[in-house]
Design a protein around this ligand. Structure first.
Ligand SMILES: N[C@@H](CCC(=O)N[C@@H](CS)C(=O)NCC(=O)O)C(=O)O
Length: 204
């Protein structure tokens, strides 16, 4: 298998963290430079129709895109430690939390950065109004998540899951906007981030 990846970009980061947590090291990694627009080349469009990273090329030549689908596929091959849920009920709750992290945390952040940061004109046709809108939603959600983490250690419950990975990749990407949780304003999110940094997902 071959994984097309890109350092610092949040979606490839989700898959990298997933590999670290599973201890998977037998996948060929192909590093792409998004800011150099390597992913826009014709060769890569043949791999990923929307020219997005990550993409996982399977042994038989088929390609999986979408970070969550790639992680789900790898969970099937490497079931332990379980990161998607063991029962139908647990899986549903983890999925709810993971989708919240993706749509209410990572997506607004992506708007903030992609539409507001001058370096991103290389890959984004910027719409200026989307940046403050994304920033506002991201900050609101960070505060809400901080409250959720007041009485538990992990995003989706009492153990580490894919939802922590999506949230942690978001917090990592937020550095581009010079944002990180402030210990006074967001103490629980700050403590959670410190715990994530100690885990395999926090190691490069
Ligand atoms: N829904 C996709 C999103 C993939 C995505 O947006 N990847 C970004 C990097 S984080 C990308 O390839 N951006 C290149 C571009 O927008 O030109 C997933 O979950 O993998």
């Amino acid at each position: 298998m071959k994984l097309y990846t890109a350092a610092f970009a949040p979606n490839p980061e989700r898959v990298r963290m997933f590999l670290n947590e599973k201890g998977i090291s037998d996948i060929e990694m192909v590093e792409m430079n998004i800011m150099e627009r390597e992913h826009k080349a014709k060769d890569y469009r043949a791999v990923s129709p929307f020219a997005q990273i990550p993409a996982l090329e399977l042994g038989d030549g088929r390609v999986l895109t979408e970070s969550r689908a790639i992680c789900r596929y790898l969970e099937g091959l490497y079931p332990e430690p379980n990161l998607f849920g063991k029962t139908g009920e647990e899986t549903a709750f983890i999925e709810m939390w993971d989708r919240r992290m993706e749509f209410m945390f990572l997506l607004p952040l992506a708007w903030w950065i992609r539409h507001g940061h001058p370096a991103f004109t290389v890959i984004e046709q910027q719409i200026a109004e989307l940046a403050p809108r994304g920033e506002k939603t991201f900050r609101y959600f960070a505060k809400w998540l901080d409250g959720e983490l007041a009485d538990r250690d992990f995003v989706a419950g009492d153990r580490f899951t894919i939802a922590d990975i999506t949230a942690f990749a978001s917090v990592g990407f937020a550095r581009v906007a010079k944002w990180k949780p402030d210990a006074d304003a967001l103490p629980h999110l700050t403590a959670w981030r410190a715990r994530m940094l100690e885990r395999p997902c926090g190691q490069k």
